[in-house]
Design a protein around this ligand. Structure first.
Ligand code: PLP
Length: 408
């Protein structure tokens, strides 16, 4: 009989969001009169910016005429979008990235998941804890980890993000080859300074390592001293791949558009020590396994870089940042420590108790859904993530209910 990939058996069940859904549903059955407010899942709630809608319509009209119809596009993305990305997201910030180093895709989830295919089976991998689970699970599926024991996989170097280190992991004590970093962070909302990011770049350069830098929440950075891209750090283009997404920037979670930057100077070696271009490898991977993002979606994404688009995106992000500031203010006023909620849509709350107990408390006493931090890794135990993705009115109502319920 056909055999399965047994690495899948090592995966921890996708317990987090199904367990949340189960608890919410039983609460709703018991309290049908109570409207539950969801500040749990990291999905946006506001409509696409108007410029994106108009561009989308116009591109659909082009698809309706033989003379302007588009079939398969370039697997790497249309030049108009790759150029807009390079100029606006990198060159304007002094980062030396060219359009042909940008690969347009249908999501940072698939790119951060697929990138591990390029690396050897015995690559030593460092992954933050707590973490966006995709980095870890895709390496489990690929067989790079041992089994799951006491909340952690063997063969992974975990980078703890805790109160003690200000939620920015310390450099690994052992030599690693591949490092996943995500800033602004999901789930903690923490951001990294230029100096600290430079330390990681130096580490990678000194150890012939590679950094996979997930900047899906870059658009939330308002503090201009913080780096938006790892390529703002000198030397990073030789040792880092960066992932970006239009999902949180412009409400594209259901529309799907993202990109990955693989600089032509990023190299990795084979078993004989000969160097190979990761750019060429990723290009080979994408042209074999991916057929590009639809033309209307790319036209719509490119619209965010117009003058009007820049203003509309800023106002979209401002809306969520106002929610985040409100959550942070109210939770801190209750005496809880938190990180994030500034330059980030997530507030990471130190509950001083068990994550799930605190989750149940908010659900049962306030009818508010958050995400238990323990679901993101062992260092998340004792924390919950509260997300700013909802209407301001709902966020106000949720925080007022939480304040009533938790007033000490
Ligand atoms: N990276 C991080 C850190 C995320 O939190 C998410 C989505 O929540 C993604 C990537 C996925 O982005 P996309 O919608 O582009 O697949």
């Amino acid at each position: 009989m056909i055999r399965i990939n047994e690495n899948y058996l090592k995966l921890k069940a996708t317990y987090l969001f199904s367990e949340i859904a189960k608890r919410v549903s039983s609460f709703q059955k018991a309290h049908p009169e109570q409207a539950v407010i969801k500040l749990g899942i990291g999905d946006v709630t506001r409509a696409l910016p108007q410029v994106c809608i108009e561009a989308f319509h116009q591109a659909i009209d082009e698809m309706a005429q033989d003379s302007t119809f588009k079939g398969y596009g370039p697997e790497q993305g249309y030049p108009f979008l790759r150029e807009a990305v390079a100029v606006n997201d990198f060159i304007s910030r002094g980062a030396d990235i060219s359009p042909d180093e940008i690969f347009i895709s249908d999501g940072a989830k698939c790119d951060t998941a697929n990138i591990q295919e390029l690396f050897a089976h015995d690559t030593v991998i460092a992954i933050p804890d707590p973490v966006y689970p995709v980095y870890l699970d895709t390496n489990v599926m690929a067989g790079r980890t041992g089994s799951f024991v006491s909340g952690r996989y063997d063969n992974i170097i975990y980078l703890d993000s805790t109160r003690d280190n200000g939620y920015i992991p310390d450099l690994p004590k052992v030599k690693v080859d591949l490092i996943y970093l995500c800033f602004p962070n999901n789930p903690t909302g923490a951001t990294i300074t230029r100096d600290l990011l430079a330390k990681w770049v130096d580490y990678a350069r000194d150890n012939n390592a590679l950094i996979l830098f997930d900047a899906a929440y870059e658009a939330f950075i308002r503090d201009e001293t913080l780096p938006h891209s790892i390529y703002e750090i000198p030397g990073a283009r030789d040792v880092a791949i960066e992932f970006r997404s239009f999902s949180k920037t412009a409400g594209f979670t259901g529309t799907r558009c993202a990109y990955t930057v693989v600089p032509s100077s990023c190299m990795a070696c084979d078993s004989s020590g000969q160097k190979h271009s990761l750019h060429n490898f990723w290009n080979r991977r994408q042209t074999t396994k991916f057929n590009g993002v639809s033309y209307p979606v790319q036209v719509s994404a490119a619209a965010i870089y117009t003058d009007k688009g820049t203003v509309q995106v800023a106002s979209l992000i401002d809306y969520y940042l106002k929610n985040a500031a409100h959550i942070r203010e109210k939770i801190n006023a209750l005496g809880y420590e938190s990180v994030g909620g500034v330059n980030s849509p997530y507030v990471w709350v130190n509950t001083n108790t068990d994550s799930w107990e605190f989750f149940d408390l908010l659900l049962n006493k306030a009818g508010v859904v958050c995400t238990p931090g323990a679901g993101f890794g062992t260092c998340g135990q004792g924390y919950v993530r509260i997300s700013a993705f909802n209407t301001f009115e709902q966020v106000q109502e949720a925080m007022s209910r939480i304040t009533q319920a938790l007033k000490r």
